[in-house]
Ligand binder design. Sequence first.
Ligand code: NZQ
Ligand code: ZN
Length: 403
Amino acid sequence: MLDFSFQNPTKIIFGRGKIARLSKEILKNKKILLTYGGGSIKNNGVYDQVHTALSGYKVFEFGGIEPNPSFETLMNAVELARTEKVDYILAVGGGSVIDGSKFIAAAIHFEGDPWDILAKHAGLQKVVPLATVLTLPATGSEMNSGAVVSRKSTQEKLAFHSPLIFPQFSILDPTTTFTLPLRQTTNGIVDAFVHVMEQYLTYPVDAPLQDRFSEGILQTLIEEGPKALTTPHDYNVRANIMWSATLALNHLLSMGVPGDWTTHMIGHEITAEYGLDHAQTLAIVLPSVMYVKRDEKQEKIIQYAKRVWNIGPADAREALLKLHPEDADSETAITNKIIELAIAKTRQFFESLGAKTNLSDYGIDSNSVSILLGRLEQHGMVKLGEKGSVTLATSKEILENCL
Ligand code: NZQ
Ligand code: ZN
């Protein structure tokens, strides 16, 4: 196992009706900036629950934070927060609202151009405390120290990390997710699944506990995910997905093991350039990363095949007997077939949830490859992967495979 230090200070308050707990968690003298997105919280009663819980507080509001929150929009909130001397931020929504609010919290007291927080990873001295009410399980932002912000004018999408932006607490009431459109439910499941995969599918470092954690979350998403599409008001299904998504990216899984964030880094460029939802990009890129990096990841893909999908040598041999009987006793052919079957299962899972797995499904053609490679180069994404072996040439192969 690799060395690590782990500290996650976010308190999770989980369950039905827990929004009412806001007044127990935030001091009465706080000047709160309530941030939200395009209005879903007004349609599903979450906004009213928050206001009821915060009666008696001084609350300012900033709505309209868009999916893939933009620097341009967020700077308007920073201006409001500075003018009103806000000293607490409550983000109510999905990953975009939470990420955007983390940026607002970081930018309020930042001296200089706040874009540097993203573009230059400028250090933060003082951050306004932040809490969240999560309405879309997907990103893990409610319990992690990262945020991703886009800049419309330059079509860039960049991340920043700081221990200062962990939410102080997050309220997770699964009933708030009953109103999610199918597309967002799917997005959340795919995003969480890929977060786990990027901390799991690297190379073995004798960390069986981390592996079992990851496999447990993957299996839960595989079992519960489809149910959320057919029975969206099933509390326990929503609860299991919500907790899975939080645990998928609250840094626990990555402790002591290598990580490979290639899929996310390429995915961010696709969103910035073509506007696909975050998870839509991941469903396209992950199978391709698995395929192109299958030799480097061989041991873990075989483990994933066996433990997550119950695919082993007997299944591979059976498949080979149908198509290439002459290879049915070759160990190499069996290994390759297991890998192929595991990738196919992953792709089928995404597609069964309604996520498409090719760029061409969105009308994006081969011209995109050079454009996206240029963006990766511009952002220094030239040595990605658990071994830094994903050069631009490898990314080219990955992207060509995504078409
Ligand atoms: O804006 P509103 O009206 O609230 O509607 C949202 C939005 O249109 C809607 N929605 C949210 N909760 C709802 C709901 N609709 C009905 N009922 C509810 N309960 O869903 C739409 C999408 O919301 P968004 O917040 O954009 O989705 P998500 O949570 O998937 O967040 C995506 C963003 O997070 C970033 C992504 O890059 C993307 O910008 N990520 C953040 C990470 C982090 N901080 O650690 C890691 C991730 O890998 C990811 O990069
Ligand atoms: Zn993600």
